[in-house]
Write a protein that binds this ligand. Sequence first.
Ligand code: PXG
Length: 298
Amino acid sequence: MKIYLDGRFVPEEEAKVSVFDHGLLYGDGVFEGIRAYDGYVFKLDQHIDRLYASAHAIMIDIPLTKREMSDAILETLRVNELESSYIRPVVTRGAGDLGIDPRKCKGKPTVFVITKPWRSLFPEEVLARGLKAIVASTRNKAMDSCPPNVKSLNYLANIMAKIEANMVGADEAIMLDQNGFVAEGSADNIFIVKDGRLLTPPTVTALPGITRDTVIELARKDGLDVSEEYFGVANLFVADECFITGTAAEIAPVAEISGRRIGTGKPGPITDRLRDLFKSITGIPETGTAIYEAVAKQ
Ligand code: PXG
């Protein structure tokens, strides 16, 4: 695989950043996780907007225009001849010294884009039975210190939560916010269905997921009542259905949370319906940017 690194395409083994890079030393940077389906990059503009918003919030000035960033992403896919893939753009504050002072990062921010052919995050059999999740004891990042709605490289809390899930053989960890309300999964947003209504926590204490946005739009178009509101762990346990959403996870049903069966203990009808709707809008020009000219003209 070739990697885009600061304006050049380099082989994977040569794609190296400085040990003084603040992204590595302090998690001082921002990133995105994007998917391309059958030649179309899903919601590329929204991902670019979120990347630049995250960078703005932490005062990193990305040395590329949004257009140049999109082109770098599309070109990375082209040089690697990929049609369906996972894409990871990363921007760090760049190389500084051993102090945290960002003024020491005198060069440009570091920009790289990694792409990998896509392989499903959760195996088919896990999706068919529904995920086993736990409520992690590790709380989500605080909105007044490391805002969870900024997609920064600070993922330690998420990784700690994921370790908790791994230790008990669960597929995913659900994180609470600093007030004890349900926030999101370790790398995904969360929804519950109760009495035919769809509920998801606000994006004050969770990442404004692009899959989350897409699901809200699809559900409303399909006539469902969707509400963004805070709820607690007991609401999770007594939900009729629960699912998580993310670029990697897409829409994944949750069948069990901390030992409690959710609904029937099998993927629910609303989750299944939304999964079908989601599948129908990926890999098409209406929701994606064409990677190759030929695809665009078809
Ligand atoms: N919340 C968090 C904390 C995330 O990291 C989402 C929600 C979903 O957002 P999108 O825009 O993708 O619908 C994410 C997604 C992975 C992985 O391996 C996922 C993410 C980041 C890193 C890895 O699944 N972000």
